[in-house]
Each structure stands twice: as structure tokens, then as C-alpha cells.
Design a protein around this ligand. Structure first.
Ligand code: Q6M
Ligand code: ZN
Length: 627
């Protein structure tokens, strides 16, 4: 932490909001909530000149270096050559500490000393350029950290996610032609009317030369963006690209001026959305994530947002997302439209199905016994009697059902967070057990249940469909006739379809069924399990067949919050799958607003120019290819 950055009174004008209290209230909130105690504090250091020169020019460094010795008059004059930045005699020292803090964090994460972390720093960094201070920023903390991670720790690919409400043009410029650093930023834009008013903040700046496709801008042309808008852009734009990119490190330009109540952003996202944004990034790069504070000027929502971020980094389940009523049609930028159309890809080949539903378990009786229960995790093994084995499916189904209910009850009471169950007889019993659960629940309650069966044995599906009268029950069944062809397709389907659907459905439990010979590798399976834990406050229940003991360890590891292993760089999906998934999305989007990616265009100027040229540019963004 560095607190000591203040400005003399006569230099206050537009920087009234960038105050030392931003750090003190954030830190106090972390202490009060007990989160600070659970973190490892890393001592801060000053960035060296060599560190700073990774991004900045010698001339600029030399100039800034002189500022501590300048008279106030000279400082004023020095300040005037830059935009929206204010030099205090102490700012050079603070700026070195801010960059150094980011580097200390990168060191700790890259060496495995800590899993992830957050640096609370002032001044911020993402606007500062090679030879210019700008927008409260002196040195570009995150850009320096990215190059440092490459140079010192051999990171091959670094993903920078800039969720600050301003465009980090300094970061964009630093890596414009560099395919090893993927920069994503969303920002208030209002057709270039919002600061910093740059043409190059628009969606069609996708990078240059070899870096083409490695810069992703999502300009917001309206204020008031909500949780749904943020989640929608993560699911449909950022995450598909990020997974394909396969970073070795994720850096977050963590500005919280994108939260509600901020005087700069004027957005409406609640602080807890940052728990979800954080969670969604935590299975990339093997969990190596460094968040570095940028903006955030509302002294109420800032500390809350910081706490949500840190709490999630610590592995606590994210709270239920609130107010998800679909993205804002008219302002989701056109880039989202094109990009998501390009992104949404193949569908799932081999996982059997994922079943999201609300548990009303209080009405059920607990039949079965619970073996081995820890605070966070319950390992639940069904012990079927010999006779059950031989006899009808129904017995196994009943046992499975009762086991599930037992676990669900524990979850509802928050005695356990997640769990898995190994069923003895799988193929017929489980779908029926699950179906029974649905129907049982439905008979007792107005339960909405949505199925996403992914290529499960067709006879079972037909059985389910027959039992499930779409008109009278509140059960919906989505069937994909065939699965997807590969990992790329699977991940695209999960990110572009399953996650948004799950977020909007807002289940109280996620039941994840893995049928035998699912064909899923451990890493894909763990990604799926990890990502789904953003839903239902982390209440995930996994069903596997008892024969598949090899899956137990990876599943347990995921349920306990370990980051999933990387999938490797993904290639683009096959056209047939892209089409199939897009068709499905179009069908479902009638009911599911978070699947609506094709909002109408806004009418203003630059958007009339959408034509094949821009489409091509956007296509590049998605077509980040392995070769
Ligand atoms: C201020 C205009 C005041 C780190 C950051 C910095 C934002 C700088 C905003 C400058 N404009 N009415 O992105 O939050
Ligand atoms: Zn900002």
C-alpha cells in the first residue's frame, strides 16, 4: 500500500476524485471483513529504472525523475503538457511504488508463492504512455508488469483484462503490434464523446501487424450498464477469446469506476459482479491472476468491490448474481454483435448433460447415510446393497435420488459447499433419477427446470421428453441432436451458451452429470466444473459412475477450488458446429436474454459505417489462430 499521495490544494481541479481515501477505505474494508487476515501481505518495492524502461522512454523517465525537485510553479507547467494528470512532488516516489507493487505481486504469483493476488496502488497506470503521463497515471503499472512477467518469468502469453470504466489507451498502445499480450478493455465511450475521446478506443481497433486480433475493445455507447451487460460481454466476447489465447498469466486492470455510484462511470453494475468477473478469470492461466487497482471513485462501492474481488481470489464462493435481466439491447456495441456471432461455436460432443434446477429439498426425506464430511466438501459414497445391484434400475435411481437430496439439504443449510456422488449403475438409473427429481419437484412446486442434455443416450432423452409435457410442466428440455467435434467447440458452447443460460436461470444448485466414457479429458472436465461453480453460490453436485474412479481426484480438486489446468491454445471451431450452436442460441434467445447478442445497432455516426470492412476487422479478433 502507498497512501501518501496527495495534491497541494491549488492543484486540485479535476483530480478531486483521485484521493488517498480510496486506498484507506479499501484497506479498512478488507481488515474489517476479515479478508486482510486471510491474505499474505507482500512487501512493496520501488520499480527500478530498468523496470520502468520496459514500457517508458528514457526521456520521459528523466523528466519525471526531476519532478520531486521542482517548484510548484514548474510542476504546474510540467503538468500542463499532459492530459488530466497532476504532479505532486511526491508522485515520482509513489508511482515507482505502484509499479513496484505490481511487480512484487507478479513475482509472488509466477513463482507460486501465492496463487493470485491484488495490488492496491496509487497512482493508477493504464492511461500512461511511453512518453506521456495521462489520466491520473504516471507509469503504466500493468503494462510494465506484463513485460516483466515475460522477461523475468518466461511468460509466453499474457492476458490483460481492463474492467476499469475508462479505456486504458496506454496499455493498448504498448501492445498494439504484440501478439504475446492480449488486451481486452470495455469502456464508457458514447460515440467518442467520453474521455479520452479517442477514435482508437472503438471496437474496430483490433491491433496492428502481428498483433492484429490481440486487442479487443468493447465501447459502451450508453451509461447505466448493468450486471447482465458485464456478464454477457464476458461470456460472449472476452472468455471465448481468452480461452483460445491460453495465457500463462492474467493481469487485471482492476478499476472499480465501472461499479454503481461512480461519478466517472455512471454505470449500474453492483459490487458483487466483480466476484463473478474474477471467478470467470480464475480458471485461466492455471489460476495465476494479478489484479492491480486502477480507478474507482465512489468511496462506498469501491471498497465493496475490492472486497468482492479479494474474497473471490481467496476461493470463497461468489454470491448469487443479482438483477440479471439481459443485456441492454441498444447499447451493446456492434462489436459484441459481430464478435459473438463469430465466437459462438460448436456444441458439446461427449458430456452427457448438465442439469440446473432449484432445490426445494426441505420437503424430501433423507434416506441415505452420509460418509465423511468436511467443512467445505462432502464426499458422498452411495453404498448400494447387493440386491439393488441386481434388481431394477429403480432401486439405484432411488438411492441416487436420496443421496442427492441428502447433499442438497446440506448445501441449502450451507453445511457443505459442493460434493460428488458415485452411482453404481449409471446408464439408465441416473437420467431417471434426475427426471424423477424434476417431476417430483414439479408436482410439489412450481419449479422451473431447464435441461441441457448434451448428447446423452437418445432413448433416455425420449423418455424424458415424453414425461415432460412442455406446456403443462415448467420443464424445458434442450436437446442437441449431435455433439461438437472437439475441445474448442465444447468450451465455446460452455462459455457462450451454458454459462449465460445458467447465470440467467440462477439455480440454487448445479447438478453436473458425467456419464461413463464421456470422452472428456480431465482438464476440460475441470474447466467445466470450475466455471459452473460461479453459479448457485458454488453449490455443485457431481454425479459420476462408480467405475470412473479416475475422475474422482480431478473432480475433488475442482470442487475444492483448485484452478483447472490449461487447455492449450485452441483452434477455431468447425463451421457446421458454429452454425449449429448459433441456431440453438437464436432459438433460445427468445426466452433467455443473456443469450441475446444481436441487439439492434445504435444509430449514431460511426456505427453507420459497419460494413464488410469492419466485419473483417472483427473477424480477426476471433480468428486468433494457433498457427
Ligand atoms: C477526469 C475528468 C474529470 C484510472 C482511471 C483514470 C481516469 C481519469 C479520468 C480523467 N478525466 N471530470 O482510468 O480511472
Ligand atoms: Zn477509470
Amino acid at each position: 500500500f502507498n497512501y501518501s499521495l496527495g495534491y497541494p490544494n491549488d492543484m486540485l481541479p479535476a483530480c478531486k476524485i483521485e484521493v488517498p481515501e480510496r486506498l484507506t477505505v479499501s484497506h479498512e474494508a478488507l481488515v474489517k471483513s476479515g479478508l486482510a487476515d486471510r491474505c499474505v501481505s507482500i512487501p512493496v518495492r520501488e520499480a527500478t529504472e530498468a523496470d520502468i524502461l520496459l514500457v517508458h522512454s528514457e526521456d520521459y523517465l528523466e523528466a519525471v525523475k526531476k519532478t520531486p525537485f521542482m517548484t510548484l510553479e514548474d510542476l504546474k507547467e510540467f503538468t500542463l503538457q499532459y492530459g488530466d494528470v497532476y504532479f505532486h512532488p511526491n508522485i515520482y516516489h509513489c508511482a515507482k511504488l505502484a509499479a513496484g507493487a505490481a511487480l512484487q505481486l507478479v513475482d509472488s504469483v509466477m513463482t507460486g508463492k501465492v496463487r493470485n493476488g491484488m495490488a492496491l496502488v496509487r497512482p493508477p497506470g493504464h492511461h500512461s504512455m511511453r512518453s506521456a503521463a495521462n489520466g491520473f497515471c504516471v507509469f503504466n503499472n500493468v503494462a510494465i508488469a506484463a513485460l516483466y512477467a515475460k522477461q523475468k518469468h518466461g511468460a509466453k502469453r499474457v492476458l490483460i483484462v481492463d474492467w476499469d470504466v475508462h479505456h486504458g489507451q496506454g496499455v493498448q498502445y504498448s501492445f498494439e503490434d504484440d501478439p504475446s499480450v492480449l488486451y481486452f478493455s470495455w469502456h464508457r465511450y458514447e460515440h467518442q464523446k467520453f474521455w479520452p475521446n479517442l477514435k482508437e478506443s472503438d471496437y474496430d481497433s483490433v491491433g496492428k501487424g502481428k498483433g492484429a486480433g490481440f486487442n479487443v475493445n468493447v465501447p459502451w455507447n450508453k451509461v447505466g450498464m448493468k450486471n447482465s451487460d458485464y456478464l454477457s460481454v464476458f461470456c460472449h466476447v472476452l472468455l471465448p477469446v481468452a480461452y483460445e489465447f491460453c495465457p500463462d498469466l492474467v493481469l487485471v486492470c482492476a478499476g472499480f469506476d465501472s461499479a454503481i455510484g461512480d461519478p466517472e462511470g455512471e454505470m449500474c453494475a453492483s459490487p458483487d459482479i466483480f466476484a463473478h468477473l474474477t471467478h470467470l478469470l480464475m480458471n485461466l492461466a492455471g489460476g495465476k491472476l494479478c489484479a492491480v487497482l486502477e480507478g474507482g471513485y465512489n468511496l462506498t462501492s469501491l471498497p465493496q468491490s475490492v472486497c468482492q474481488t479479494v474474497q473471490t481470489l481467496l476461493g470463497d464462493p461468489a454470491p448469487l448474481p443479482v438483477n440479471l435481466d439481459g443485456p441492454c439491447q441498444r447499447s451493446v456495441s456492434s462489436s459484441v454483435r459481430f464478435m459473438s456471432q463469430m465466437c459462438v461455436c460448436d456444441f458439446v460432443m461427449k458430456v452427457n448433460y448438465i442439469f440446473l434446477f432449484s432445490a426445494h429439498s426441505s420437503l424430501f426425506t433423507v434416506f441415505d447415510q452420509l460418509i465423511g464430511c468436511t467443512e467445505k466438501m462432502c464426499l458422498f459414497f452411495s453404498t448400494l446393497r447387493e440386491s439393488f445391484l441386481k434388481d431394477a434400475d429403480e432401486s439405484d435411481a432411488l438411492t441416487t435420488l436420496s443421496s442427492l437430496i441428502a447433499l442438497m439439504e446440506q448445501m441449502e443449510k450451507n453445511e457443505v459447499c459442493s460434493g460428488y456422488h458415485l452411482c453404481l449403475v449409471f446408464s439408465n438409473a441416473v437420467p431417471r433419477a434426475v427426471a424423477n427429481t424434476v417431476l417430483l419437484c414439479f408436482n410439489l412446486h412450481e419449479l422451473q427446470a431447464y435441461f441441457i442434455p448434451l448428447n446423452y443416450c437418445l432413448s433416455d432423452l425420449q423418455w424424458l421428453i415424453k414425461k415432460t409435457d412442455v406446456n403443462t410442466s415448467h420443464v424445458r428440455l434442450f436437446v442437441l441432436p449431435q455433439g461438437c467435434s472437439d475441445v474448442s467447440g465444447f468450451i465455446q458452447a460452455v462459455l457462450g451458451l451454458l454459462l449465460p443460460l445458467g447465470y440467467e436461470y440462477d439455480p440454487s444448485l448445479v447438478l453436473l452429470v458425467r456419464a461413463p466414457e464421456s470422452g472428456l479429458s480431465d482438464s476440460v472436465w475441470q474447466q467445466l466444473t470450475g466455471l459452473l461453480q460461479g453459479l448457485a453460490q458454488g453449490h455443485t453436485l457431481v454425479l459420476m459412475q462408480e467405475g470412473e474412479k479416475a475422475c474422482v481426484a480431478p473432480t475433488t480438486s475442482s470442487l475444492l477450488g483448485d484452478a483447472a489446468p490449461c487447455l492449450g491454445q485452441l483452434h477455431t471451431s468447425v463451421p457446421e458446429d458454429v452454425e449449429m450452436l448459433e441456431r440453438l442460441r437464436q432459438t433460445l434467445q427468445v426466452d433467455w436474454k443473456l443469450l441475446q447478442t444481436t441487439g439492434e445497432f445504435t444509430t449514431a455516426t460511426s456505427h453507420n459505417k459497419i460494413n464488410t470492412h469492419n466485419l473483417t476487422a472483427c473477424t480477426i479478433v476471433i480468428g486468433i489462430s494457433v498457427s
